[in-house]
Write a protein that binds this ligand. Structure first.
Ligand code: S3P
Length: 165
């Protein structure tokens, strides 16, 4: 397989962890879109959203995605939780012939990880808001080429194997 792989799904579904391991196994580069934005902007996505608002962040995110997709080498790209919900981003990804993989974790799994991570997530400030966002994005996420159902008991290795099968 020499196709770029795009890992998507809600906050806390395990995108970064799974994409890192997938890239290691395939000997591909790993690119985390949130980290790419943090490095290029000098501010994290959360800081940008808090300071400039979500629409400004989405513009920055789309430009970052364009940059990340430019190189044609084998790479695994972990999106941010909302990247895939922007139609123009989906079109861009489709134009680059990437394998798109949705990590379909239940809301409770994502929410528990969001709480445990203790990182600031301005778009998931409380359970109710996070749940509404989770539900509103499912239709978009289901447009991914491949869907991997995630259960709390799944090991990272098992999830990676499913991604590759
Ligand atoms: C967001 C998810 C975050 C980050 C930003 C917006 C979202 O990434 O891109 O805070 O809209 O769901 P993670 O999914 O990696 O937490």
């Amino acid at each position: 397989m020499n196709r770029r792989i795009v890992i998507l799904g809600f906050m806390g579904c395990g995108k970064t962890t799974v994409a890192t391991e997938l890239a290691r196994q395939l000997e591909y580069r790993f690119v985390d879109l949130d980290s790419f934005i943090t490095e290029s902007q000098g501010r994290s996505p959360a800081e940008i959203i808090e300071q400039d608002g979500e629409p400004a962040f989405r513009q920055i995110e789309s430009l970052a995605l364009t940059e990340v997709l430019k190189d044609r080498d084998g790479r695994v790209i972990a999106l941010g939780g909302g990247t895939w919900s922007v139609p123009a981003n989906r079109t861009l990804i489709a134009l680059h012939d990437c394998l798109t993989v949705w990590l379909d974790a239940p809301f409770e799994v994502c929410w528990q990880r969001i709480i445990d991570s203790r990182t600031v997530r301005p778009l998931a400030p409380d359970r109710e808001t996070a749940k509404a966002r989770f539900e509103s994005r499912r239709d978009d996420y289901s447009l991914a080429e491949r869907k991997i159902p995630i259960q709390p008991s799944n090991s990272v290795a098992a999830i990676v194997e499913l991604c590759l099968s």
